[in-house]
Design a protein around this ligand. Structure first.
Ligand code: HEM
Length: 329
């Protein structure tokens, strides 16, 4: 069979897994925003002690749906892993990407289970919950980053050339780290908004600045400040990448970042102004995921070298993952 066709089928499946995982993530935000995290009590993996609860409340349905849909996501990532193992040779980067995706899917499930088992749900306002939520969201980013890379490598994206004395490696590393920290601060801000909703913008700002407010409220001020800093870093990295390579893939992902980052900043500001209605929280979270994916793939495109043929794979030469060469296995 033509190798590239097999690869592109695999990549198509990987993008599908990514799209499905994004939908599960948004539903997870709905579980938090609707206060349904305790919908199954402190039971996991059972729901209120049953496999299928009888006569469930709405909160139970919302939480159970999240568990079932994330269970399907786990199965999809296991399939991705098995497929990568069968279709790509030993030490191939697609195998590594799929292994990372599976690892982060398992840790995602464990952190989610921890939230339920330690009762860090519903109206729990402890710092332990804030830390779990922050780690959960950072893990989510690592998960979708890994699936994106797996798909991109499936399309022929090259190996990453990471060197500590290289400007692009350093800039990409710092930007990715800044985005992870920004996401963690966003998770804390979202928790603060959910637990302590304000009646008006004036009241929200007063609460933000009051030293007697709950720590979760005081901490949410950090998020917009970090957003300005991280956005600056991301844009600088994209500009640097465009200047240092001719790759069309780098240019394409950079353009995505030039558009997505300012839009996301605007949506963040709207979130504050409109007191974070649930629909806008979804938009903000999805945009954060898109910014992250674009940054991961822009960095990977800039840091990659043309793929070298490995055993069982002949000449997938891809300066850009967008240009597939056809060759026979
Ligand atoms: C590139 C820029 C930004 C990124 C990547 C980002 C990312 C995030 C993330 C991941 C969350 C958590 C969402 C959730 O768990 O549901 C969040 C929440 C939040 N962000 Fe941002 N943010 C950015 C900019 C901003 C800015 C500039 C503001 C305000 C001026 C802002 C205001 C908020 C608010 C109020 C929340 C809590 C409500 C919600 O969940 O939507 N964000 N952000």
């Amino acid at each position: 069979m033509i190798y590239a066709v097999k690869s592109s089928r695999f990549a198509f499946f990987s993008w599908g897994v990514l799209a499905y995982t994004l939908a599960v993530i948004v539903w997870g935000a709905y579980v938090r925003a609707s206060g349904s995290g305790a919908g199954c009590g402190s039971h996991w993996p059972l729901c209120n002690g049953d496999v299928i609860p009888r006569d469930p409340q709405l909160k139970t349905v919302i939480e159970l749906t999240h568990r079932l849909t994330s269970g399907v996501a786990l199965l999809l990532v296991i399939t991705l892993f098995a497929w990568a193992w069968r279709a790509f040779p030993r030490h191939h980067r697609v195998r590594r990407g799929a292994a990372l995706s599976l690892l982060f899917m398992v840790t995602e499930a464990l952190v989610g289970a921890g939230l339920v088992l330690f009762e860090l749900v519903a109206d729990n306002a402890s710092m332990a919950r804030a830390m779990f939520m922050a780690v959960h969201l950072m893990n989510t980013f690592l998960l979708i980053g890994s699936i994106s890379l797996t798909a991109w490598w499936g399309l022929g994206g090259g190996s990453l050339r990471l060197r500590l004395n290289d400007g692009m490696t350093l800039l990409a590393g710092v930007s990715l780290l800044a985005m992870l920290i920004l996401a963690a601060s966003g998770a804390v801000a979202a928790l603060g908004d959910t637990l302590y909703p304000s009646a008006s913008l004036a009241e929200a700002l007063k609460q933000d600045l009051s030293p007697t407010s709950h720590l979760l409220i005081q901490l949410r001020v950090l998020h917009p400040l970090l957003a300005v800093f991280a956005s600056f870093l991301v844009i600088t990295t994209a500009v640097y990448a465009c200047q240092s390579t001719q790759s069309t893939a780098v240019k394409r992902w950079s353009v995505a970042l030039f558009v997505l980052v300012p839009v996301q900043m605007g949506v963040g500001a709207l979130n504050v102004t409109l007191l974070a209605p649930i629909w806008l929280q979804f938009v903000h979270l999805l945009l954060a995921d898109f910014v992250w994916i674009a940054l991961v793939l822009m960095s990977a495109s800039a840091l990659s070298q043309p793929a070298k043929a490995t055993t069982g794979e002949r000449a997938i030469t891809a300066p850009d993952a967008s240009t597939l060469s056809l060759s026979r296995e």
